[in-house]
Design a protein around this ligand. Structure first.
Ligand code: PLP
Length: 457
C-alpha cells in the first residue's frame, strides 16, 4: 500500500487528467477540485487506487471483467500474439489464425443456430452491424420496406449514433438529435414500475403485447427486427418476468420478425449460462456480444449470426459493405480464446449457475430488511436494490429509481469511500461482480453494502 502511494503522485496525475482528458459520460464541472479517482492496479475482484486504497469491484469494471483482474495467462497470450502478428485485417481475401479459431469456438459454445460470427471492436459497433445486417437481409430477400427496428425505452445498446438510437435512454437521445429514423421504442418489462394489479406472469404477457401493438401500428411489412437485452443492465438491472421472452419470441415468429438479443452484458456467463437466451427460452437470429468475451482485457465485440441471416447474406447477398479496421483483430481474438479457456477450465459459469449465483441471491435478498431498501432482486451475477425514503408494503410503491431521490448518488459516494464499487441508476443500486467471486467474498461484499446503507440512512 505504502509503495503504491510513493509510486503515484495522485495530485499530479489528476492535474494532467483535468488538463487534457475528456472522459466519457462525465460532467467535468461536477468533478470539480476533487478530480477523478486514479485506478492503478487490479487483482481478482479487487482494485487499488493511486492512494493505496483497496476497493472491492462490485461492477467487474463496466460489467466486463468476468474472470477477474490480473490474469497472467491472458497477458501472456496477448504478448505472444503481439510478437507473432500484432495486426492484420480480414478484408480483401485474408484471414488470421486467432480470429478463425475464435469464430469456431464461439460457434461451438453458442446455441445451435449460430454458425457464423462477425467481429467488431465494441458492443456499439456490433449493434451498428446488426442494424445494417437486418436491413440488408430484408433487402436481399426483396422486402425493401422492411427497415424498422423496434427496441425498448430505457434499454442500452451503445453510444454510437445507431447504438444510442437503438437504445432507449432519453438523455442520450436529447444530445445529438436521436434516434435516427426507422427506430421505434416500446415500454420495458419492469414489473415494479408498470405491473401494479397484475401477477408477474400476467405482466410478462402484457409487456410483450406492447411489441405486437407496435408491429401493428408500424405495419408488419415494415418491421425488420426487435432488439432487447435479456436482462436490462445499464437501465438498472431489470429482470423480466419468466413469461416475457417466450411471448416475445412467439410474436416475432408470428410476424416473421428477426430477433436480436443484445448479450453484451448477459453473455459469457454473467447469468450462469454462456448466453442468457438459453435460459429465457428464446431463439434469437442475432446475438450481440462484447465485454465478457475478453473479460475487457482488450476491446472486442461482435455479432453471432444465426443461420437464417447468414444463409441469405453469404449465399445471396454478395459483398456486405461493412467492416472495421479492427474486425477480427488477432490480439483481441487471442485474448478472447484464453479468456474462454479460463471460463471453461475453472467452470466459472457452472459455479455461478449452481453455487455462487444462488448464494448471492440469498445473501442479496437479506438486504431487503434494511430500512432504506424497498426491493432487492438478482439473477445470476447481476443484482439491484431500490432505495426508498419510506418503505411501503406493496412493492410497486417501492420504485424509487425513477423519482430519483438523489439518495443513490449519496450511497454510491459512501460505497466508494468505504472500499466498494456499486453503481447508482437513479436510486437503484446495482452490482455485477466478477464471476470469480467466492462465497466468502460475497459475504464481505454484503457486509460492505450494509455498512454503506447504514451510512446513507
Ligand atoms: N449493449 C449493451 C447491452 C451494453 O450494456 C453495452 C455497454 O454497456 C453496449 C451494447 C455497448 O458496448 P460498448 O460500450 O462496448 O460499445
Amino acid at each position: 500500500t505504502i509503495q503504491l502511494k510513493e509510486l503515484y503522485d495522485t495530485a499530479a496525475i489528476q492535474k494532467l487528467d483535468t488538463a487534457h482528458y475528456m472522459h466519457p459520460f462525465t460532467d467535468h464541472q461536477a468533478l470539480g477540485e476533487k478530480g477523478a479517482r486514479v485506478m492503478v492496479r487490479g487483482e481478482g475482484i479487487y482494485l487499488w487506487d493511486s492512494e493505496g486504497n483497496k476497493i472491492l469491484d462490485g461492477m467487474s469494471g463496466l460489467w466486463c471483467v468476468n474472470v477477474g483482474y490480473g490474469r497472467k495467462s491472458i497477458s501472456d497470450a496477448v504478448y505472444r500474439q503481439m510478437e507473432t502478428l500484432p495486426f492484420y485485417n480480414s478484408f480483401f481475401n485474408t484471414t488470421n489464425v486467432p480470429a478463425v479459431l475464435l469464430a469456431n469456438k464461439l460457434s461451438a459454445i453458442s446455441p445451435p443456430q449460430f454458425n457464423h460470427v462477425y467481429f467488431t471492436g465494441s458492443g456499439s459497433e456490433a449493434n451498428d452491424t446488426n442494424l445494417r445486417m437486418v436491413r440488408r437481409y430484408w433487402d436481399v430477400l426483396g422486402f425493401k420496406e422492411r427497415h424498422t427496428i423496434i427496441s425498448r425505452h430505457n434499454s442500452y445498446h451503445g453510444s454510437t449514433v445507431a447504438g444510442a438510437s437503438l437504445g432507449g435512454m432519453t438523455d442520450m437521445h436529447a444530445q445529438g438529435g436521436l434516434p435516427i429514423p426507422g427506430i421505434v421504442h416500446i415500454g420495458q418489462p419492469n414489473y415494479l414500475e408498470s405491473g401494479r394489479g397484475m401477477t408477474e406472469a400476467e405482466f410478462g404477457i402484457e409487456a410483450a403485447s406492447w411489441l405486437e401493438q407496435k408491429i401493428l401500428e408500424v405495419g408488419a411489412e415494415k418491421v425488420a427486427a426487435f432488439i432487447g437485452e435479456p436482462v436490462q443492465g445499464a437501465g438498472g438491472v431489470i429482470i423480466p418476468p419468466a413469461t416475457y421472452w417466450p411471448e416475445i419470441q412467439r410474436i416475432c415468429d408470428k410476424y416473421g420478425i428477426l430477433l436480436i438479443a443484445d448479450e453484451v452484458i448477459c453473455g459469457f456467463g454473467r447469468l450462469g449460462r454462456w448466453f442468457a437466451s438459453e435460459m429465457f427460452g428464446i431463439r434469437p437470429d442475432l446475438i450481440t456480444f462484447a465485454k465478457g468475451v475478453t473479460s475487457g482485457y482488450i476491446p472486442l465485440g461482435g455479432v453471432l449470426v444465426g443461420d437464417r441471416v447468414a444463409d441469405v447474406l453469404i449465399k445471396q447477398g454478395g459483398e456486405f459493405n461493412h467492416g472495421f479496421t479492427y474486425s477480427g483483430h488477432p490480439v483481441a481474438c487471442a485474448a478472447a480464446l484464453e479468456n474462454i479457456r479460463i471460463l471453461e477450465e475453472e467452470k466459472l459459469i457452472e459455479r455461478v449457475a449452481d453455487d455462487t449465483g444462488p448464494y448471492l441471491k440469498q445473501r442479496f435478498a437479506e438486504l431487503a430488511d434494511h430500512p432504506l431498501v424497498g426491493y432487492a432482486d438478482s439473477c445470476g451475477f447481476v443484482a439491484g436494490l431500490n432505495l426508498v425514503r419510506t418503505k411501503a408494503d406493496n412493492p410497486h410503491d417501492n420504485v424509487a429509481f425513477d423519482s430519483a431521490l438523489g439518495v443513490g448518488m449519496v450511497c454510491r459516494g459512501h460505497m466508494f469511500g468505504n472500499g466498494m464499487i456499486m453503481r447508482a441508476v437513479g436510486d437503484r443500486m446495482i452490482i455485477a461482480p466478477p464471476l470469480v467471486m467466492t462465497r466468502e467474498q460475497i459475504d464481505e461484499m454484503i457486509t460492505l453494502i450494509r455498512r454503506c446503507l447504514d451510512l446513507t440512512h
